[in-house]
Design a protein. Sequence first.
Length: 202
Amino acid sequence: MASNASTQAGSKRWTYFHSALQLAIQRSAHKWTYEDFAECFALWCDEQPENAATIFNLVSSRLESSITENCEELFKKYNVRENLDNLHAVVTAARARKQAGYDGKDVWREDLQPRAAVRARTVPILEKERDRLRAELSQLTEENSELQSQMQRNVHEKEQADADAAKLLDLMDQALSRWSNLPLEDIQAWALQTAEAGGSKP
C-alpha cells in the first residue's frame, strides 16, 4: 500500500489509525482467495493456471490500490489527519493535567450547549474589538471636529482679509478720484511760481 507519506509528521493516534486501516484494507482485498477465484473461472484456471494466478494477483492488488486511493481522497477532503492530531493533542493535554493534579473547572459540561460555549469564547473577543473600534471612532471624530474648527477659522480669516482688501481698494479708488478732480494746471503754476520765487532770493 503506497501511502507511507500519509503517516509522516502525524501523531501516534493518526499512525495507529492509519496502520490499522492499512491492515484492514489488505485483509479485505485478499479475503477473496485463489480458490474462490478458481471456482468462478474453473475451466480457464484449469487450462491456463499460470495466467489465472497472475490475473488473480493483479485484481487483488488493483482492488487494494483502489480502496487506498479512495481513502486518501477522503482523508484530504475531511482533514482526517489534522483532526486526529488535534484530538490527540487535546487528549494528551488532558492526561497531563490529570497527572499534575489539576482540579480546575472544565470548560465543557454535558449540559453546555455548543452555541453557548462558542459565545462564551467569541463574545469577549468581539466586545474587545468593539471597544477598540469605538475608541478609534471617537479619536477620528475628535480629529475631524478639530479640522472642521480650523477650516472655519481659516474661512473666517480669509473673509476678514478679503474685507480689509476691499476697504483698502475703496480708499485707493477714493484717493485716485480726488486726485483726478484736483486742478492740476493751477497746482503746476503755483509750484512754478514758488520755485522761481525761491530761486530769486539772494
